[in-house]
Write a protein that binds this ligand. Structure first.
Ligand SMILES: Cc1cc2nc3c(=O)[nH]c(=O)nc-3n(C[C@H](O)[C@H](O)[C@H](O)COP(=O)(O)O)c2cc1C
Length: 328
């Protein structure tokens, strides 16, 4: 039986399949199912800036003279009460106590103060590591790419100084130089890079002339982008790589490991198939390893990274002349 154990950011995991940040971490029974199915760990959905801002708003409200004196004032925010930052922190703490496999918290803040404050509070819940979900849509035409990148580096540095637990940074693929971003985050103490986040893209319904923002799950065809970057970065940075996006089977996990990932994260596949599907993925990975004669993940991790592949230029080429010319 092949050994699927690994360490990720210094934390021992029983398998390299981690359940990525998503709605499945909103229920304890699902978190327990992930553990039972053999997942190496689970990332709890992010604490978002909107929840943090709600806390600030509530604080202002409570400081306003007389605001708490009437039942109307107390019920001013009934709906959001179930989504604020304090509630999230309590949830993470509760989840941490309910299971024994590694749990990672995730944070998406905006101001530097909020990043550091909530990073520390998430660390205090007892989670094993923290993932920074740093992506924002850069839609402000007055802010340059450099300014955005400098802010990212500052945030990661500030959080790194604030917390002691291992730190992962989950980035988007939409940087001019992903390699530069990766190297800079590495220098600033990121223990892992999560490649990549995937975002809600609003669509337009021409019939009703309205916007639709349905959550569309990923497909395995989306694996190629993080696969390429994992292969390009493996062995070139100290930080480990958690490949995220498009991992839908044990063979997808095998591809990610061949490219150089330490672990994979999977969200869409478990939302679609249920948490027990993690055990199916693990079985597929084991079967593949047995067929290839591998006894541990170290036997083949990074074998097809750019550093080790027989054709190192394959990952860099954007276009293949031979393939393009052969198309009729
Ligand atoms: C319903 C849903 C909720 C998600 N929530 C979060 C979140 O809170 N924080 C985060 O960093 N990513 C979140 N994601 C993104 C996933 O963690 C993951 O990066 C993305 O879905 C790509 O992986 P996949 O192809 O395995 O789905 C969410 C994804 C889905 C589908």
């Amino acid at each position: 039986m092949p050994d699927l154990k690994t360490t990720y950011m210094g934390i021992p995991l029983r398998s390299p399949i981690v359940v990525g940040a998503s709605s499945v971490s909103g229920m304890l029974d699902r978190i327990k199912m992930a553990e039972q199915a053999g997942a190496g760990g689970l990332v709890i959905r992010s604490l978002f800036e909107e929840q943090i801002q709600f806390d600030a708003l509530r604080m202002e409200e409570s400081l306003a003279v007389g605001s708490e004196s009437t039942p109307e004032a107390r019920s001013y925010f009934p709906a959001i009460k179930h989504g604020d930052a304090d509630e999230h922190l309590m949830w993470v703490e509760k989840a941490r106590k309910a299971v024994s496999f590694p749990l990672f918290a995730s944070l998406n803040a905006v101001s530097r103060g909020a990043w550091t404050k909530y990073a520390r509070q998430l660390e205090d819940t007892g989670v094993n590591g923290l993932e920074l979900n740093v992506y924002v849509v850069a839609a402000d035409a007055r802010r340059s790419g450099t300014a955005i990148e400098v802010e990212l580096f500052d945030v990661v540095e500030a959080v790194r100084q604030e917390v002691k637990i291992p730190l992962a940074v989950k980035i988007s693929p939409f940087y001019t130089s992903v390699a530069y971003i990766a190297a800079e985050l590495d220098k600033r103490g990121a223990s892992s890079l999560v490649l990549f986040n995937r975002f809600l893209q609003p669509d337009i319904d021409p019939a009703t002339e309205s916007l639709t923002t349905d959550m569309v799950l990923s497909g395995p065809e989306e694996l190629k982008l993080p696969l390429r970057w994992t292969a390009l970065l493996f062995g070139r940075i100290k930080a480990e790589i958690a490949l995220s996006t498009g991992v839908h089977s044990g063979l997808d996990a095998a591809k990610a490991l061949l490219a150089g990932a330490t672990v994979v994260q999977t969200a869409s596949a478990v939302i679609k198939n249920g948490l027990p599907y993690v055990s199916t993925m693990l079985r597929q990975l084991e079967e593949w390893m047995t067929e290839k004669g591998y006894t541990s993940l170290a036997d083949f991790r990074g074998k097809l990274s750019q550093k080790q592949a027989a054709d190192p230029f394959a990952f860099e080429r954007a276009q293949y002349v031979r393939l393009l010319l052969s198309q009729k």
